[in-house]
Each structure stands twice: as C-alpha cells, then as structure tokens.
Design a protein around this ligand. Structure first.
Ligand code: PMV
Length: 399
C-alpha cells in the first residue's frame, strides 16, 4: 500500500535537567528505543483521520493535531490519513516518546507531500519555497492557537520553481523545529527543545544558553514562554572514544510525575531562597566537567559526575524514594547513576560496562529496565512509496 514510514529514537538526559531551565548546560543522548509512524492515505469516502485503527481524537493526540494544522490542512484539500504508531519507548516516562512521535510524524508528512524549492533546475535544492527552518522566520509556528497555518512559505528569492518529493526532502532542522513547536503547543507553551532535537539528530546533543565554541553548533531556538522569552543554543557532541563498550541502563519506577509540577517545585524553592541558585550553578559546573570527561571517553569520571549531579538533584527535592532505591541498586555495578528527566518518578539511568548485572539489580529493586548504547541514529525515513501522497494546488503552479 502507498505510504510513508518514519521513525525517531527516544532520549535520556545525562546531565543538567532542571538547571537547564535556568540557562545551565544539559546533555541528552538518543537511545536505541524508537517510535515509528506510518501514514497511508484513506479512501475518499473516509470522514476523518484514523490512528491505530480508531477514529482520530485531537484531544488524545494533540501533537498529531498540531502537525496536521501546520502541514496537512483539510481546507487545502489534503486527503484523510490513517496513522499507525508503533515502538518500544514507554510513554510519559521522561524518555521523549511524544517528541519522537512528533518528529517522526512531521518527517512522514513532509516526505509524503514533498517540497517546492526556489532553486533552478540543475542546482542544489537548498532554497526552500515552503517549509519551516531556523533560517527563516517561523511566523507563528509556535502559536498556541489551534489555527491553520500558511504552508506556502516563500524563501528569500520568492519563487517556487522546482518540486521534489521523497526521502531527499527530509530536513532534520525542520522536523526538530516542528517537533519542538508542537510539543510546546501541547504543553501550554512550555517545552525545551532538548527532546525534539535529540530525537531528530540522534547521537549526543548539548543545550546551553550560549554558543559553545568547542562544540558543533546546530542552531538556536527562541520561544515565548508564559514567563518570558527563552533562547537555547543547540550543539552536537562527537561520539566519545570506546563508546561501544559502555551502556546506559534505564530503570523505570512506573510512577508518573508531570514535568510541569517538578519544574514548578524547583522554581518555588529558588523563589523562597534565592541563595539556592548556587545549587543550580553547581549542577552546571558538574555538567561541564561531565561533558569534558565524556568527550575523552573517561567513563569513570562521567559516572562520578552523574552521581554528583544526582546528589544536587536530590537536594533540590526532585528525586523520590523509588528513584533512590533503583539508583542505589545500580551503584555496585555501574560507574554512576542518576535520575533522568524531571524526576519525582519516571526513570533513572546508570552508566555501566556490565549492562546485564546492572539491569538485573535494578529489576530486583522493582524497576523495569531498558538497555541502550550510545551513538544511536536520529530521525530516519524507513519506507516511502508512490509519492507524493498529496501536493497542494498552489505548489503545483510553478511561478
Ligand atoms: O522529563 P523530561 O524528559 O520532559 O525532562 C524535563 C527536563 C527539565 O529540565 C526538568 C525541564 C526542561 O524543560 O528542560
């Protein structure tokens, strides 16, 4: 059957959660576990989209709804779609399942509809006539209103002259930008770009409030949040030496603690005692040291930095007894362990060369485990046949 399948990995945070909210650096790695999204066009007699065989409900799938508004508007004649979502990232556990879904779905939609470029025949198609990019003003892409968007976004030369579809129109920046925008829309305007960018680019991603001169710069993201404007600078970190020999063992407490609640808890603690800002700065220092150790492949030092980071997170009040139990269980067989994500439940991560032993210890202590190496690929289009599934009227009229 005609359709497109795209997939993206989940993520876990090695250093810097919570402190990143206050401008300190944070590092996330793409994990082996992925979400895969397949889209197929439904017959013209279908009345609505379908997800996993059920009628599409925008309240249940706000990310998909936000992407539909931005990329596949019914009012422009886009056909109804059937979407199948599969994968092995546990939902709502801080491992980036919703970002992976959003990034993979945006890639599937882009691949399925293709893209117009400004570039003349025979030249490299780098200049877009439609789409979203950190090079172009995102014009309301982050808007919280559930409005339909103008998809025909002219590039600097203003002419759409060449149409391309299929895997080659995939753009990691666009998918990460869309992924972040729809995450922010679904979370009431608050979302850091860490999840979407790590799911899109894979590997290891560093976020900072400044451009880091020693790292490979990707782009910057700007977001108006309810409590002020925010800017993040994103970078890729090269895979460390001997990374095949170490493993991340993730232990899930099974407890759900909403990120917003945890972030608010830290904000309150800082408001009550501004002196505690020092703790946030200490997490930043630990993260910077951890990043240097990671780049050298000194995993013992990386593990130590993770455990120190955990002590600071505990002090901030975002750990919980269940996380502590799993972290303690992992300690004897790992270089270091800490919570990953917002805390209060969710997951911990241990860095180890003995994944089996560490995993068994965490399971015995009551956690559900996942094992992942470093160096996982980001977003991929895995299957694309008989394209485009849809191209807009405007787009087919070359100017
Ligand atoms: O639980 P997650 O994966 O959404 O991570 C939250 C990370 C925080 O630093 C606590 C919040 C943020 O926006 O960066």
């Amino acid at each position: 059957m005609e359709g497109v399948t795209a997939s993206a990995p989940g993520k876990c945070i090695l250093f810097g959660e919570h402190a990143v909210v206050y401008g300190q650096p944070a590092v996330a790695v793409a994990i082996e576990q992925r979400i895969s999204v397949r889209i197929e066009v439904l017959g013209s007699d279908s009345e609505s989209w379908r997800i996993d065989g059920m009628q599409f409900n925008s309240n249940r799938h706000p990310h998909v709804q936000a992407l539909r508004n931005r990329m596949w508007q019914p009012k422009q004649g886009a056909p109804n779609l059937s979407i199948q979502i599969t994968g092995d990232i546990p939902p709502a556990s801080g491992l980036g399942s919703s970002a992976a879904l959003s990034v993979a779905a945006s890639a599937a939609l882009r691949t399925a509809r293709g893209r117009w470029f400004n570039t003349q025949e025979g030249q490299q198609p780098t200049d877009w006539a439609e789409g979203y990019s950190s090079q172009l003003e995102p014009n309301g892409i982050y808007s919280l209103e559930d409005k339909e968007f103008d998809l025909f976004r002219k590039g600097p030369s203003g002419k759409a002259v060449r149409y391309v579809n299929g895997k080659e129109v995939l753009d990691l920046d666009e998918s990460a930008l869309l992924g972040h925008a729809v995450e922010a829309a679904a979370q009431g305007g608050r979302a850091s770009p860490m999840d979407a960018s790590t799911c899109a680019h894979g590997g290891i991603v560093l976020l900072s409030d400044k451009v880091e001169p020693d790292e490979e710069y990707l782009y910057s993201r700007h977001l108006k949040m309810p409590d002020g404007d925010r800017v993040w600078h994103l970078h890729c970190i090269e895979l460390p030496p001997a990374h095949q020999e170490v493993f991340l063992v993730i232990g899930n407490t099974g407890i759900h603690a909403p990120t917003a609640h945890q972030v608010a808890k830290v904000a309150l603690a800082l408001e009550e005692n501004p002196e505690r800002k020092k703790e946030i700065e200490t997490i930043g220092l630990i993260a910077r040291r951890g990043i240097q150790s990671l780049k050298k492949g000194d995993y013992e030092a990386v593990g130590r930095a993770m455990s120190e980071n955990q002590i600071m997170l505990q002090g901030l009040g975002v750990s919980c007894p269940e996380l502590e139990t799993l972290i303690r269980a992992a300690a004897p067989t790992s270089y270091g362990a800490k919570l990953t994500g917002a805390g209060g439940g969710g997951c911990m991560v241990a860095l180890t060369s003995n994944p089996k032993q560490t995993s068994e210890a965490i399971e015995l202590a009551g956690g559900r485990t996942l094992i992942s190496r470093f160096g996982n690929v980001g977003l991929t289009v895995d299957d694309a046949g008989n394209l485009p599934l849809w191209a807009t009227e405007q787009n087919t009229a070359s100017q």
